[in-house]
Design a protein around this ligand. Structure first.
Ligand code: 26M
Length: 826
């Protein structure tokens, strides 16, 4: 009954082999033997695209017929990861394709490894967008992802002498077999100039932008293949090209100058992804990027709607715009502009459409991430959009005054334009029908703290959508051994219905199952150890505990707490070489924003500690520290599969949700973490006895913050272990030639002079509790049966954290999309 999910009845293996050989011939004039690995990847990619294209066509033919409501997921970032393996998985063709490759004498793993890892995103927010697209297709909902086709995505990280070096990632050099250029859908996007009132031929007075510069937006479509259902949605990313100028040979210097400027604008706009995560920097080019892809996407959404309908006033019945954080918020003003200036709706009519179309997701409470644009910059770059926002603001302030007569404080705190700045979050909240946080705790903090005034004024808009991840990429593709084992025990339903994985619970106490599980984990650790040896030249023991923290480097995520604890363990072992100690491998992976000094010094510290500890004969391999270079989606899949311990140790209240925590859980790692973000819900599902929770609660942190922080010197003075570790930051233990190297990290923990705030992230405050939790981890691991039981229960209790569940909640409560079913193939 349970058919092997890797088998696709309709997949023609022989045809596929011929297709690959044919592609090698026509693309490169080569035989398979002559082709390079990259050329073989391209040939295989095009062969898969052939299969996908048919489903893509059918899907859109059906959308045309059924006219389902469509969500446009507007996002500056999509951290897609490699497409080849994922597409094969979702076509349910992995086994036949693997066989086909074997028969051609090729290794599918090696071919997959040739694909550049598209990194059009920073971290959590971009990866979430990608998981959502996978779920939307798999659940059969009509959706577009809309974003930017950056020439250079996230930088490639190289580690030299322990420091991060950023190297441009030219991901498109060899061409992308999956993308489709669609010049027929190009759009013009206008910047700058001024707004004029013109009387048109019908006698209507109309706002027009004049003296502007413009660029042509050209869409590239990428297929998003649903799992086993034939649905293929579209990720549409926009490239910028110069508008051809026919006056280049004219003697008019103004025209020539303008042509050159427009060409430059086009080239610059999509050049590179800003590599900041959770940090706003007010760059003009960033605002250009935002308006560029939003204007093009909104224009196309409206054009597409008008191809089938005649009343733009009912746009919201067929379309929702989901704003992925505030980055795409100019969409609300762009929609207003087109409705009023191009479709002649009144303000009231246009507003009614806009507020029923747009919805906003908040992803962070870090104050430094809030987008506030200087009026001068904003109005100069987007004069008509700024006018519209001024009017939205004027009317919003009237509403505030109606509700809170005479209360200037409310206006000061809530206005969209105030103090010379345009506040994008306030605009997104005022102009949409929904505001959601990304985990229960996060949404509660938004309601009670960060967005309290807005919640009190418009409580009906606020809701929670706890994040999720796709089990197709992060278990089925990333961990085939565990995926097969799960399927052997509970069937394959979990692939599209993750809560079914709870049937594993009955095996948690089964000793044979425990052994099988630990054996699979061991093999995955061997696989990762090989990767580490190849890429870092460090030998690690797969029998040691693999303790992993992989995520963007940020002070609030507290990689510093982790490495300080490693230093503390090192001191203990040095003092007492004979003490009982279970060997442990501390694995880090993290990119730091290029200008974030403390983050970069934390990377250097991790590598410096690694140098000392890994080579100390007294330690004798019992502690190993590994910094995995260039952490990204493709190696993440290997890392999650091999982890025993999942480090989720952010300062409570700071991590909106986290999604890595869920990927570890799904792969049977045990969490050591704070009660922050979605950790709260993870512990609720798996039980506190199957995780290691420590540290301040979010209420305690917020209390300290509201009372001016806490004083870490007391801990420094009274705790000799902590004091010793801190002194090692400034006495040259890990920097013999430059003892002051880590002084700024030391200062961030203790010195109130430079920053006026010491230990803002409560690292010293939580240190003892963390060390204690780590002792419990070690003891638990000694009892292999108990550990295996907990690990299996983590897998079994991960059902809630599928992005399929998250998307279904968005659909049921906010988007109200129609489910699309394809006609059965004959
Ligand atoms: C802003 C301005 C200029 C340049 C870049 C930015 C910017 C880019 C990304 C700001 C924030 C960015 O991402 C925030 C983010 O990734 N937040 C994470 O979202 C995840 C998905 O909801 C959550 O799981 C994480 O907890 C949250 O940190």
């Amino acid at each position: 009954k349970k058919k092997d999910t890797q088998e696709s009845s309709s997949f023609d293996k022989e045809l596929f082999k011929r297709s690959v050989l044919y592609n090698v011939k026509t693309l490169y004039r080569k035989t398979l033997e002559e082709a390079t690995p990259q050329q073989i990847f391209q040939a295989v990619g095009y062969a898969i695209k052939d299969v996908v294209i048919d489903n893509w066509l059918t899907t859109h033919k059906e959308y045309d017929k059924q006219d389902p409501k469509t969500v446009y997921y507007l996002s500056m970032e999509f951290l897609m990861g490699r497409a080849l393996g994922n597409n094969i998985i979702n076509l349910q063709a992995y086994k036949p394709v693997k066989e086909a490759m074997d028969e051609l004498g090729l290794d599918l793993n090696v071919i997959e490894d040739q694909e550049p890892d598209p990194a059009l995103g920073n971290g959590g927010l971009g990866r979430l967008a990608s998981c959502f697209l996978d779920s939307l297709s798999t659940l059969g909902y009509a959706a577009y992802g809309c974003g930017i086709r950056y020439r250079y995505g996230m930088f490639k990280q190289e580690i030299r002498d322990g420091y991060q070096i950023e190297v441009p990632d030219n991901w498109l050099v060899d061409g992308n077999p999956f993308e489709l250029r669609r010049p027929e859908y190009a759009k013009e996007v206008k910047f700058g100039g001024y707004v004029n009132v013109r009387i048109d031929e019908n006698g209507r007075s109309n706002f027009v932008q004049e003296g502007y510069q413009s660029v042509r937006a050209i869409p590239y479509d990428l297929p998003i293949v649903g799992y086993g259902n034939g649905i293929v949605n579209t990720l549409r990313i926009w490239d910028a090209e110069a508008i051809e100028c026919f006056h280049l040979d004219s003697f008019d210097k103004g025209d020539y100058q303008k042509a050159v400027e427009q060409a430059n604008l086009a080239k610059n706009i999509v050049e590179v992804l800003y590599p900041n995560d959770n940090h706003y920097a007010g760059k003009e080019l960033r605002l250009k990027q935002q308006y560029f892809f939003i204007s093009a996407s909104v224009q196309e959404a409206i054009a597409k709607y008008m191809r089938k309908h005649d009343d733009i006033r009912k746009f919201y019945e067929k379309v929702t715009f989901q704003l992925n954080d505030t980055h795409p918020t100019v969409a609300v003003a762009e929609l207003m502009r087109i409705l009023m200036d191009e479709y002649y709706l009144t303000w009231e009519e246009a507003w009614n459409v806009t507020i029923k179309t747009c919805a906003y997701t908040n992803h962070t409470i870090m104050a430094e991430a809030l987008e506030k644009w200087p009026i001068e910059l904003f109005s100069r770059l987007l004069p008509r959009i700024y006018q519209i926002i001024e009017e939205i603001n004027r009317r919003f302030i009237i509403k505030i005054q109606e509700m809170y007569p005479g209360n200037q404080e409310k206006i000061r705190k809530m206005a969209i334009i105030y103090d010379g700045q345009v506040k994008m979050a306030h605009l997104a909240i005022a102009a949409g029908f929904s505001v959601n946080g990304v985990a229960r705790l996060h949404t509660e903090i938004l309601k009670k703290q960060e967005l309290r005034d807005f919640y009190e004024m418009m409580p009906e808009k606020f809701n929670n959508k706890t994040n999720g991840i796709t089990q197709r990429r992060f278990l089925l593709h990333g961990n085939p051994l565990l995926a097969d084992w799960v399927t052997a025990h509970v069937g394959s339903d979990w692939i599209t219905d993750l809560p079914k994985i709870s049937k594993l619970k009955i095996y948690a106490d089964d000793e044979k199952c425990q052994q099988e599980f630990m054996n699979i984990k061991y093999q995955n650790k061997v696989r990762l150890a090989q990767y580490i040896l190849e890429h870092n030249g460090i030998e690690v023991d797969p029998r040691s505990i693999f303790d992993v923290q992989v995520k963007r480097l940020h002070e609030y995520k507290r990689q510093l707490l982790n490495i300080l604890h490693v230093m503390y363990l090192y001191n203990q072992l040095k003092d007492n070489p004979e003490m009982e100690f279970f060997p442990r491998t501390f694995i880090f992976g993290a990119k730091a924003a290029a200008g974030y000094y403390n983050a970069k010094m934390t990377i250097k510290l991790i590598n410096s500690v690694a140098d000392v500890v890994n080579n100390d004969p007294v330690i004798n391999g019992r502690i190993k520290v590994v910094f995995i270079e260039n952490y990204r989606v493709s190696n993440a899949e290997l890392i999650f599969a091999a982890a025993d311990v999942s480090e989720q140790i952010s300062t409570a209240s700071k991590e909106a949700s986290g999604t890595g925590n869920m990927k570890f859980m799904l792969n049977g790692a045990l969490t050591i973490g704070t009660m922050d973000g979605a950790n709260v819900e993870i512990v609720e599902e798996v039980g506190a006895e199957n995780a290691f929770i420590f540290g301040l609660s979010s209420d305690e942190v917020i209390n300290f913050e509201n009372n001016g922080g806490y004083d870490p010197t007391e801990i420094f003075n009274n705790d000799p272990d902590v004091r010793r570790v801190l002194m090692q930051l400034i006495n040259g233990t890990f920097a013999p030639n430059d003892p002051d190297r880590f002084r700024t990290l030391y200062n961030s923990l203790l010195n109130t002079i430079s920053t006026n705030k010491a230990d803002m992230y409560f690292i010293l405050k939580d240190f003892k509790a963390y060390a204690e939790a780590q002792r419990k981890v070690e003891n638990a691991y000694r009892d292999e049966k108990r550990w295996a039981r907990s690990a299996i229960l983590n897998v079994a209790c991960s059902g809630k954290f599928t992005s399929d569940r998250t998307i279904q909640e968005y659909v049921d409560e906010l988007w109200h999309l129609d489910k699309v079913v394809l006609p059965k193939k004959v």
